[in-house]
Design a binder for this molecule. Structure first.
Ligand SMILES: [Fe+2]
Length: 437
């Protein structure tokens, strides 16, 4: 098989994996649920369904293939920048059957195009970039749709087996040490990396300690019990103002019934003490870290702990090495609908000893979403550039909700510091300069 054939096969596999997931998430509910808005934070599922098809048509059929638009009149309806999520239910959207039909038609033509495409020669086809971008885009919407499912009220419709048991977790040290020194952050070689992950650049990181695992429900419940939500000392001024305004008292989907209960995809059960905490905002994560006498890690610290191999001096694609994620190393891809217990996935550990950096829960970092030195917007400014600035905080590592194709050691996610419906948790860090310099 030629390299072109191998790439073509990989692309076909990723596109169909994304569509399978989309199909599962949109056939689990009835038509009324597909067109209903389950939260003003989210689009109706039927919008996501046609939007992924529309983006696939725009980038693959029109840009790569040079084909005539199928339904140019619907483009504005599915332009994420024209209509905020809260307004999308008022649009004359395609009905569920029409949206599915459109997606099917686009995909059929994309498979024909894929057969004919010779990769390289243009930046969009180099390494299959545009196809990789579209597979990632659909999987990112599958994650968004999973968040919509989590917000949906009604009988449970999704289920999945529990993640594997945690193994040797009880013997783990609470934190790992990452010595001082430079490392390579970002990438210039990963073919499907998005513009904000580029280019590779060297960053010198002072020594620090990082939690071995994400912060657990039990640890977070201690913060609540200790009055953490009522003590402005632990909160930034903005965070405290938001905590007051929004009446925050616990993570989203937690409720007190003589014990803490968490609602997960329509099922209410007591929190699992050793499971990573989920659905906390950046403000809550930051307040917890201060209460614990620690801080959130910077994005550079997170990536160094996740990718730097002190033996070779090189940055790896993932904490465990360069091979793509497998079920043995990380909880990704909605195979399980919850994070694995803290300390799981010993085979996915980083050289630093930290576990679960990839998968399980997105991890808030202390960093604003900013361009790397030498950044250039590609393939369009609205991918990342319009979001750069202090308004967004960076999250790293992906979660159980994220597909392996949309998750790398270099992958950067960003969101408002008040956001809680995303599958986000965190781990904490502390500087080590005085003790070890
Ligand atoms: Fe999108």
């Amino acid at each position: 098989m030629t390299d072109n054939d191998t790439l073509r096969e990989r692309i076909a596999g990723e596109l169909s994996a994304a569509r399978d997931r989309t199909t599962d998430l949109t056939t689990a509910v009835d038509e009324a649920d597909l067109v209903r808005q389950h939260s003003p934070l989210m689009s109706p599922l039927v919008w996501d369904l046609a939007h992924v098809a529309n983006q696939e048509e725009l980038w693959l059929l029109r840009e790569v293939g040079g084909l005539t638009p199928i339904h140019p009149e619907i483009d504005p309806l599915y332009d994420a920048f024209e209509h905020p999520r809260s307004k999308r239910p008022t649009l004359p959207l395609l009905a569920p059957g029409e949206a599915r039909g459109y997606g099917h038609e686009v995909r059929g033509r994309v498979m024909d195009l894929l057969e004919k495409t010779r990769f390289g020669g243009t930046r969009l086809t180099d390494g299959g970039f545009a196809f990789g971008m579209i597979a990632q885009h659909e999987q990112q919407h599958d994650e968004t749709m999973l968040a919509t499912h989590q917000l949906r009220v009604g009988p449970p419709v999704l289920s999945a087996p529990p993640p594997p048991a945690a193994g040797d977790a009880v013997t783990l040290p609470p934190e790992v040490f990452v010595p001082a020194g430079p490392f390579t952050m970002g990438t210039s070689t990963e073919p499907w990396a998005l513009d904000n992950e580029r280019p590779a650049h060297v960053v010198d990181v002072p020594p620090f300690y990082l939690d071995t695992t994400p912060v657990t429900n039990a640890a977070y419940a201690t913060f609540i019990a200790d009055g953490g939500y009522d003590d402005p000392r632990w909160w930034t001024a903005d965070g405290w103002a938001h905590r007051q305004r929004a009446g925050l008292e616990a993570p989203l989907f937690w409720r007190w019934e003589g014990e803490w209960v968490r609602v997960s995809f329509g099922v209410a059960l007591p929190i699992i003490p050793n499971e990573p905490v989920l659905h906390v905002s950046w403000y809550e994560a930051d307040a917890y870290a201060r209460w614990a006498g620690r801080r959130l890690p910077s994005e550079a610290e997170w990536e160094k702990a996740a990718r730097h191999d002190p033996v070779s001096g090189r940055s790896m694609r993932y904490p465990w090495g360069d091979f793509d994620p497998t079920p043995e190393v990380a909880n990704l891809g909605q195979r399980h609908l919850r994070p694995a217990l803290a300390g799981s996935y010993p085979l996915g550990a980083a050289p630093s000893g930290a576990r679960q950096l990839i998968g399980d829960v997105w991890e808030w970092t202390s960093s604003d979403f900013l361009p790397y030195p030498g950044f250039t917007a590609w393939p369009y400014k609205e991918y990342s550039e319009v979001f750069f600035g202090p308004g967004y905080k960076v999250l790293r590592g992906g979660a159980f909700s994220v597909s392996p194709v949309a998750c790398r050691g270099t992958f950067r996610n960003w969101d408002y510091p008040i956001r809680r419906q995303i599958f986000a948790g965190f781990r904490t860090a502390r500087s080590a300069s005085l003790e070890t310099a």
